[in-house]
Design a protein around this ligand. Sequence first.
Ligand SMILES: O=C(O)CCC(=O)C(=O)O
Length: 273
Amino acid sequence: MSHPLHRWNESFAWRPVSAAPRAIRAEQALAFNERGFFVFEDAFTADELVAVVAEIDPWEAKVTDFLRSRPDGKLFIADAEAITFTTHLVMRSSKLRDFCRSAVFTGLAADLIGPDVRLYWDQAVYKKPRSEASFPWHQDNGYTFVEPQQYLTCWVALTDATLDNGCPWIVPGLHPLGTLEHWQTDRGWQCIEDPREAVAVPLRAGSVAVFSSLTPHSTGPNRTDGVRKAYIVQFAPEGAVTVSEAPGGGRVETPQVDPDRQFPLLAGGQPVA
Ligand SMILES: O=C(O)CCC(=O)C(=O)O
């Protein structure tokens, strides 16, 4: 199957991650280079998850209430009864800021990005009970084009993520192409249709699916009576910019250094307090 590239993806080269990682195992670094993902098992304890969920739930409830106040319960791809996105929680909770700065993430970022790293984005994604819609196949860099294209997504399972409630699915091995062409659907941007090579990535609560911004992924329907809860935390190298279309054509680059939320995580290889 051919995979047309995003028009701004002109000369991408995958930068292999450290061959001598410190926080992850060598085979996980190899999997990241070759397959574009691995699972970091049992990264957080049940008590840590309870504390994180307690911080997120009230904000997610506000998002759901807001969506329910709209005539169809929806805004763009968010749907009060199917899937919600609660963004920039680090601006609202010092506990979540601390969570994003925790040793799990400084270790992953040092091994998978480099010595100078910032938080790029954080959002909780809740899949509501008995919601049939899958989330379309996309790369995270297909939503907002970031340079460098290669940054890091940590999909933290706050509840068990299973085949029944909408765990991630991933297509291994396409990340070296860089950003693919995406098209808009009513459920989000999409870059691939029904890939045969897809693998399911079920996760125990507290485990993290660690993948590249260039790894195509999707999530399935939630056919259970519970809410599937995830907190997605993304890290980019210092100096990363978003790219957008200038009004008369051409590209506008915007540095990703919002002091309220895109804080430094590592400087010179050391965690930033
Ligand atoms: O967590 C989900 O169900 C899908 C969210 C996702 O893939 C994303 O935010 O990039």
